[in-house]
Design a protein around this ligand. Structure first.
Ligand code: 5AD
Ligand code: SF4
Length: 439
């Protein structure tokens, strides 16, 4: 039998990349590769990259530079760049870093084994197509090994929204939804292997419209199908666009007990002027009204968001509109970014706001979000939550898990095992996690 080779994958960016990295590892399993946790002994190194902000993309080049000594030490080492930087920059990567053997876009990674063979033959392999065939179908099902209790499952890819700042519609292409039966098969397979919580992934997941037995299904209809899968206890989904929060999905938050009370619903800005310039096609009031309706359906839902500060033409007044929106919503979690100009997007043509002003806004916004996060965490003390344990804690008898609201919860002396779901009373709120006792 051929000797096993070692594959090291470094994943940048979003959860979709985490999922894609797993699938690439599986694809390469068929070519005799197994995953290693360090680049030191690797026969192949893959960087699964992110292009969303300039910093993320530049990091790839500096990391590639750092891989040079590995290649000089082991000339047989194959280096590949996958993901959205690969899609956006293609051949340019090989020009800037000639030691790169493989460049593979996010829609082509099922072709990775053939590309590796080509690289082994001493040729460069580049594929950034949007092929007709379904990459998920070309990949073998995940091997039957036991899995951690929480898993990702990609159900939708791409985006048709064209926000003025965003590269996703260009790097990931148009919206495509996977058919319902394939998702159900994958979900059942995951459950057989120990998974109890699935997070459905998509760049625009709530725009899901995959083929079902009698026509397309919405995300809510897919969730109701998954609700019937025995052994699957928790369902989450991310990331959503406000305009695709359909009535049946809002309603499911109130009626589907497996659907967790957590929703990531980016708004980006609280200023109508900026939302318009961003081509977001919703305004501040429609977002706030939507939040109200979601809270009516599920009063305890924890909301999370994304914010961009320093978008071209953002004034202090516009920024204050964002701050007041945050005050109105009260987020349990949020991700915030300074605007980063991305070549090829409409906003890239526009004048930047003053860098120092943008940095200052980011700090003020993050302070407000941190305060809200803390307030919500503190308000959990004394409440009973349901925790799914995911790993042992730092101390001997401690376990760490996630509540239904996605808070990390540490519990000591419970005797719980990984994958158990238990009722826990929160007794303390720490910086980034909660402490609880089993009840
Ligand atoms: N600059 C800053 N942040 C961005 N995002 C997307 N594109 C950019 C950009 N050019 C942020 C948005 C999005 C999140 C995934 O990344 O907030 O929701
Ligand atoms: Fe990018 Fe906007 Fe699509 Fe989100 S909705 S992926 S921010 S274009």
């Amino acid at each position: 039998m051929a000797e096993t080779k070692k594959l090291y994958i470094k994943t940048y960016g979003c959860q979709m990349n985490v999922y894609d990295s797993e699938r690439m590892a599986e694809a390469m399993g068929g070519s005799g590769y197994e995953v290693t946790e360090t680049p030191d002994d690797a026969d192949m190194i893959l960087l699964n990259t992110c292009h969303i902000r300039e910093k993320a993309a530049e990091k790839v080049y500096s990391d590639l530079g750092r891989l040079k000594p590995f290649k000089s030490e082991n000339p047989n080492l194959k280096i590949g760049v996958a993901g959205c930087v690969a899609q956006a920059e293609g051949e340019e990567i090989m020009r800037r870093q000639p030691m790169v053997d493989i460049v593979v876009g996010p829609q082509s990674y099922h072709r990775l084994p053939e590309m590796e063979a080509k690289a082994q033959a001493g040729e460069k392999a580049l594929d950034t197509d949007f092929p007709e065939e379904d990459k998920f179908e070309k990949l073998k099902l995940r091997p039957k090994a036991k899995r951690a209790p929480a898993a990702f499952l990609t159900v939708q890819e791409g985006c048709d929204k064209f926000c003025a700042f965003c590269v996703v519609p260009y790097t990931r292409g148009a919206e495509v939804s996977r058919p319902v039966d394939r998702i159900l098969t994958e979900a059942r397979d995951l459950v057989e292997r120990g998974v109890r919580e699935i997070t459905l992934l998509g760049q625009n997941v709530n725009a899901y419209h995959g083929a079902g037995p009698s026509g397309d299904m919405t995300l809510a209809q897919l969730i109701w199908q998954l609700d019937k899968v025995d052994g699957l206890e928790r369902i989450r989904f991310t990331t959503s666009h406000p305009n695709d929060m359909m009535d049946d999905l809002i309603e499911a938050h109130g009626t589907c007990s497996k659907l967790m009370p957590y929703l990531h619903l980016p708004v980006q800005s609280g200023s109508n002027k900026i939302l318009k310039r961003m081509n977001r096609s919703h305004d501040r009031d429609s977002y706030l009204r939507l939040i109200e309706r979601i809270r009516e359906a599920r009063p305890d839902i924890l909301l999370s968001g994304d914010f961009i500060v320093g978008f071209p033409e953002e004034t202090e007044e516009d920024f204050q509109d964002t701050m007041s929106l945050i005050q109105e919503v009260q987020y349990g979690q949020a991700y915030s970014f300074k605007y980063s100009s991305r070549p090829g997007t409409p906003a890239a043509e526009r004048a930047l706001v003053d860098e120092a002003a943008a940095t200052d806004r980011l700090h003020r916004l993050q302070a407000l979000i941190t305060q809200q996060q803390r307030d919500i965490q503190n308000s959990m003390v004394g409440r009973d939550v349901s925790v799914m344990f995911e790993k042992p804690g730092r101390f001997d008898d401690q376990m760490v898990g996630k509540s239904e609201y996605l808070h990390a919860v540490h519990v000591a002396g419970s005797g719980a095992k990984v994958g158990d779901i238990a009722k826990v009373r929160i007794v303390e709120s720490g910086t980034n996690s909660l402490k609880g006792e089993c009840i």
